[in-house]
Design a protein around this ligand. Structure first.
Ligand code: FAD
Length: 416
């Protein structure tokens, strides 16, 4: 069923009896050509592009819980392509272009909102670094603008410009950045993939791999064995655990990241704003809540919940930036499990096991990457060659020393 304005009006006039489920509740078949492990944004996008762009069929996505229950439905919804390094920027700009056409591609309202992202500058050295990053973005075909303090004050007068601990000296802005409704991305990809015959199998946990003579033959699951020609693993925070079942130890640690939502306010924030002197980023949802976050909790964990010290730290960052939120009540918060790689950049690559492919290491920036990641992973699965935009995301770079350390933090996953 195609969604359209006409359809909405027709259903409104006929008692909403014509809406069907957005995707089938598929039962596992004995064998697929492609099995994607993980029904998050990346796994579902991979299945969609495999079917749509690469013309593949007989594809399944196996998800241990429900679609949207992982990080794809837990993030702070920010999209941007404001990267410095050559290994990253073309990839994230490809993602931005896919976001720009996503709703038409999926025939789904994902509420893609290019309301802009403003990275605040607080020191002269930071201005130099952001100017360099902006130039790198422009050289890679993205948009970037450098704002003065007066420009920032005009666009965001509610920030603390009076006697602030960290005075605001300007900002790097990407107008095409913004936010997208996160769970709608999962639902939109699931529906589009299902419409092309992909089986989306929920409540189906992969519990092991069947590997013979270095080749993977299929997966053991909580719903029985499923044979596969090729298997793509896209399980984000569970990457270490799942790939361990195939005998691999990854250069990835799992950490908790929390997100926060305040009570609803009248529209006040024009777009996404990030604090340059601490770790705090905020936007306002269409319902009016301030959606914000900050640092990781700082210890390894697979729990989808965090602790109070980071709540305090994040709220302090918010207060330092815009004291007016001091009287706003925090409505809810939650945590997700982040697959933090050693250099802060992702991996999309074949593995030493024939027929087994890996997608992970997204740290806390994988939501904006969803379309390009799915595209590049589908390309790899279909052709056995890396996509042009993802050539640097090799698994062996940690052995060969070709790190993509965007933040310059070294092999410290909790700092990326
Ligand atoms: C609080 C928070 C804020 C964030 N903010 C942003 C942001 O603003 N911008 C941004 O770009 N990124 C952000 N991120 C990061 C982003 O959400 C993730 O990098 C991205 O969603 C990970 O990819 P995914 O959607 O495929 O993961 P997930 O949705 O986690 O998908 C992985 C799936 O694999 C399934 N799985 C695990 N093990 C198995 C198994 N054994 N068998 C079968 N299935 C299994 C899981 O149940 C899960 O559904 C944030 C993350 C969090 C938690």
């Amino acid at each position: 069923m195609r969604y359209s304005g006409f359809r909405v009006i027709k259903e409104a006039l006929t008692g909403h009896k014509g809406w069907g489920p957005a995707w089938r509740d598929a039962a596992p078949k004995p064998h697929y050509d492609f099995v994607i492990i993980g029904g998050g944004g990346h796994g579902l996008a991979t299945a969609h592009y495999l079917a749509k762009v690469y013309g593949k069929a007989n594809i399944a996505v196996v998800e241990k819980g429900w679609i949207g229950g992982g990080n794809v439905g837990r993030n702070t919804t920010i999209i941007r392509s404001n990267y410095l390094l050559d290994g990253n920027e073309p990839f994230y700009e490809h993602s931005m272009k896919l976001w720009e056409g996503l709703e038409q591609d999926l025939n789904y309202n994902a509420m893609v909102s290019q309301r802009g992202i403003m990275n605040l500058i607080h020191t002269d050295a930071q201005r130099d670094a952001f100017r360099r990053r902006g130039n790198a973005m422009i050289l890679n075909g993205a948009d970037a603008e450098l704002l003065s303090a007066a420009d920032v004050k005009r666009e965001a007068p509610f920030l603390n410009f009076d006697n602030a601990r960290f005075p605001i000296k300007g900002a790097l802005v990407q107008r095409r950045g913004g936010s997208v409704r996160h769970d709608a991305v999962a639902w939109g990809y699931a529906r589009a993939a299902d419409s092309r015959g992909v089986d989306i199998i929920q409540n189906c946990e992969v519990t092991g791999f069947r590997i013979e003579q270095g080749k993977v033959l299929g997966v053991e699951t909580s719903r029985g064995y499923i044979g596969a020609g090729k298997i793509g693993c896209a399980v984000a925070g569970s990457s270490g655990r799942v790939m361990a079942m195939a005998g691999m130890r990854l250069p990835i640690e799992s950490h908790v990241l929390q997100a926060f939502v305040s009570e609803g306010l009248k529209p006040v924030l024009p777009g996404v704003i990030t604090f340059g002197a601490g770790h705090f980023y905020v936007s306002q949802s269409d319902k009016g809540g301030l959606v914000f976050g900050g640092d990781l909790d700082g210890y390894n964990s697979y729990a989808q919940r965090g602790n109070l010290p980071v709540v305090e730290d994040v709220c302090e960052g918010g207060m330092a930036l815009m004291p007016m939120i001091g009287r706003v009540r925090l409505l809810r918060m939650w945590g997700g499990v982040m697959d933090m790689s050693m250099d802060g950049s992702p991996i999309i690559d074949q593995t030493p096991v024939d027929g087994l492919y890996f997608n992970g290491g997204w740290c806390y920036g994988g939501f904006k990457a969803t379309p390009a990641s799915g595209y590049a992973f589908a390309h790899l699965l279909a052709t056995d060659k890396p996509h042009d935009t993802a050539k640097a995301y090799r698994l062996d770079r940690f052995r060969t020393g070709r790190m993509i350390d965007e933040r310059g933090a070294g092999p410290q996953p909790n700092l990326h």
